[in-house]
Write a protein that binds this ligand. Structure first.
Ligand code: HEC
Ligand code: HEC
Ligand code: HEC
Ligand code: HEC
Ligand code: HEC
Ligand code: HEC
Length: 355
C-alpha cells in the first residue's frame, strides 16, 4: 500500500491532486493565506509550479524513495522506543526535530504518535514548497552527550555529518569514569548495560569519546576533514542494495562492497580491507574480547558487563573503549589509527597484569 501510494504521488498525479486542492480552496469561502513564493520569487499564486519541482514526471523522487525504503532507518523497528523521553531524540522523527532546537538530551514528553526517521527528519520537506526544501534540517556542530563542555563539528561537505552524528553518538553512562587511568580507584556499575549504547560511529569518525588511557594520545586517521558520512554511505547506488539513500555499504547476499566510495583516493582498493587494516582490527578485537571474558568482566553470551562486583576505573575504560569499537562496526574504516590505539591500550592493560 505504502509503496503504491508513494509511487502515485511522485509519478506526477500530484500535479492534478495539487491543482484540485488549490482550486477548490480558492473557489469558495474566505480568502486563504498567500501561497508559497512562486518560481519567479513573487509571493504566491502559482503553487503548482512549485510542487512540480519535486512531484513531476521524472524518476528522481521515486529513486530516492526506493533506495530509502531499503535502509535500516526505514526497515528498522526501534521507533516504539520513542515512548521513553531518553530514547525519543534519536528513535523518532519528532523527537529529533525537537532536539535540534532544544539541544537537550531528552524530549520534554514521551512521543506516542511517533513517526520513524523519514525524509522530513533530515530535509526541510514542505517548509517553503520549493526545491530549497532539500536543505538539511541541521548542519551545525553539537555538544556530544558524553561531554557537554566540548563541541564536535564535522564540517566537511557542508556539515551533513553533524546531522548523522547527533544520533550516531554514544550515550553517557553511569557511574561515569572520573579517574579513568587509575588502577586502584574502583567502581561498581549496577546495570549490565553500562557502556556507550549502539551508534558510536560519529564519535569514532571524529576521533572523540574514547578514554585515552595510553602513554601517549591516541592517533588519528583523518577521513573526517575530507569526507562526510554521506560521501561513503551515499556513494554510487546499485539499485537499492548499496549506496544512495539505502546508506548501505555492503550487501552480503550479492557479495557487494561499495568500494566506489574509496576508489577516488585508494585507487587500487578491491574491498574495504584497505592495507589489511580491517583484518588487523578484527584480530585485535577478538583478542581483547577473550581477555575481557577471561577477566570475568564480559558476558560473551549477552556481550554485556557482568555486574555485582567492583572494577578498577582503568579496566572499565578498557571495556568502554572495546564496546565503542564493537558498536562502530566499521572495523577501523571510520578512523583506523584511533581504533587501533583504543584496542592496543586495552591489550597493554591486560599484559601489564600478566594476562
Ligand atoms: C522539495 C521537494 C518537494 C516539494 C517542492 C513539494 N513536495 Fe510534496 N513531498 C515531498 C517529499 C519528499 C514527500 C514525502 C515522500 C515520502 O515520504 O515518501 C512529499 C509528500 C507529499 C504528499 C504526500 C503526503 C505527505 O505529506 O507525505 C503530498 C500530498 C504532497 N507532498 C503535496 C505537495 C504539494 C501540494 C506541494 C506544492 C504546494 C508539494 N508537495 C511540494 C517533496 C516535495
Ligand atoms: C534521528 C536519528 C538519526 C539520524 C539523524 C541518522 N541516523 Fe542512522 N540510524 C539511527 C537509528 C536509530 C538506526 C537504527 C534503526 C533501527 O534499527 O531501527 C540507524 C541506522 C543506520 C544505519 C544502518 C545500520 C545497520 O544496522 O545496518 C546506517 C548505515 C546509518 N544509520 C547511517 C546514517 C547516516 C549516514 C546518517 C546521516 C545521513 C544517519 N544515519 C542519520 C538514527 C539516526
Ligand atoms: C544519541 C542517540 C540515541 C539515543 C538517545 C538512543 N539511541 Fe538507541 N540507537 C541509536 C542509534 C544511532 C542506533 C543504531 C546504531 C547502529 O545500527 O549502528 C540505535 C540502536 C538501538 C537499538 C537496536 C540495537 C540493535 O542491535 O539492533 C535499540 C534496541 C535501541 N537503540 C534502544 C534504545 C533505547 C531503549 C534508548 C533509550 C533508553 C535509546 N536506544 C536511546 C541512537 C540512540
Ligand atoms: C538520515 C537523513 C536523510 C534522510 C532520512 C533522507 N535524506 Fe535525502 N539526503 C540526505 C543527505 C545527507 C543528502 C546529501 C545532501 C548534502 O550533502 O547536502 C541528501 C540528499 C538528497 C537529495 C539531493 C538533494 C540536492 O540538493 O540535490 C534528494 C533529492 C533527497 N536527499 C531526497 C530524499 C528523500 C525523497 C527522502 C525520503 C524518502 C530522503 N532524502 C531522506 C539525508 C537524508
Ligand atoms: C571512509 C568512508 C566512511 C565514512 C566517512 C563513514 N563511513 Fe560508516 N562505514 C563505512 C564502511 C566501509 C562501513 C562498513 C564496513 C564493513 O561492512 O566491513 C561502515 C559502517 C557503518 C555502520 C555499520 C552498519 C553498516 O552499514 O555496515 C554505520 C551505522 C555507519 N558506518 C555510520 C556512519 C556514520 C553515521 C558516519 C558519519 C559520522 C559514517 N558512517 C562515516 C565507511 C564510512
Ligand atoms: C577523500 C579521499 C579518501 C577516501 C574517499 C577514502 N579514504 Fe581512506 N584514507 C584517506 C587518507 C588520506 C588516509 C590516510 C590518512 C592519515 O594517515 O591520516 C586514509 C587512510 C585509510 C585507512 C588506514 C590505512 C593505514 O594503513 O593507515 C583505511 C583502512 C582506509 N583509509 C579505508 C578506506 C575505505 C575502506 C574507504 C572507502 C569506504 C576510504 N578509505 C575512502 C583518504 C580517503
Amino acid at each position: 500500500m505504502k509503496k503504491v501510494f508513494r509511487f502515485i504521488i511522485s509519478a506526477g498525479m500530484m500535479v492534478s491532486v495539487a491543482a484540485m486542492l488549490f482550486t477548490s480552496c480558492t473557489k469558495e469561502g474566505p480568502q486563504g493565506p498567500a501561497g508559497p513564493a512562486g518560481k519567479d520569487g513573487t509571493n504566491g499564486t502559482d503553487a503548482n509550479s512549485n510542487c512540480v519541482q519535486c512531484h513531476n514526471w521524472s524518476d528522481s523522487l521515486v529513486t530516492k524513495i526506493f533506495q530509502y525504503d531499503a535502509s535500516q532507518h526505514a526497515t528498522g523497528s526501534t521507533t516504539f522506543e520513542g515512548t521513553r523521553k531518553a530514547c525519543a531524540v534519536c528513535h523518532t522523527s519528532q523527537g529529533y526535530l525537537e532536539n535540534i532546537v532544544t539541544n537537550a538530551d531528552t524530549t520534554a514528553e514521551a512521543v506516542y504518535d511517533a513517526a520513524p526517521i523519514n525524509c522530513r527528519t533530515c530535509h526541510k520537506i514542505h517548509k517553503t514548497y520549493t526545491n530549497a526544501d532539500w536543505a538539511l534540517t541541521i548542519t551545525t556542530g553539537f555538544q556530544p552527550m558524553y561531554d557537554k563542555t566540548i563541541t564536535i563539528d564535522l564540517a566537511a561537505e557542508g556539515g551533513s555529518s553533524n546531522l548523522c552524528a547527533r544520533c550516531h553518538q554514544a550515550r553517557k553512562t553511569s557511574p561515569w569514569l572520573t579517574n579513568p587511568t587509575s588502577i586502584t580507584d574502583s567502581l561498581k556499575p549496577t546495570s549490565n548495560r553500562w557502556g556507550p549504547h549502539h551508534g558510536t560511529q560519529g564519535l569514532i569518525l571524529s576521533g572523540k569519546g574514547a578514554f585515552e588511557i595510553g602513554a601517549v594520545p591516541f592517533g588519528q586517521t583523518d577521513h573526517k576533514s575530507s569526507l562526510a558520512c554521506s560521501s561513503c554511505h551515499q556513494a554510487l547506488a546499485q539499485g537499492d542494495l548499496v549506496g544512495g539513500h539505502s546508506l548501505k555499504m555492503r550487501n552480503e547476499e550479492e557479495n557487494i562492497q561499495n568500494v566506489a566510495a574509496c576508489k577516488n583516493c585508494h585507487t587500487s582498493a578491491t574491498s574495504f580491507d584497505v592495507g589489511g587494516r580491517q583484518t588487523e582490527i578484527a584480530g585485535m578485537l577478538q583478542t581483547l574480547k577473550v581477555k575481557l571474558a577471561v577477566a570475568n568482566m564480559l558476558d560473551t553470551n549477552t556481550m554485556l558487563l557482568k555486574t555485582g562486583k567492583k572494577y578498577p576505573q582503568k579496566q572499565l575504560a578498557v571495556f568502554w573503549n572495546y564496546l565503542m569499537i564493537v558498536e562502530d562496526r566499521s572495523l577501523g574504516v571510520h578512523n583506523y589509527m584511533y581504533t587501533h590505539d583504543m584496542l592496543q591500550s586495552g591489550l597493554d592493560y591486560f599484559s601489564k597484569l600478566g594476562n
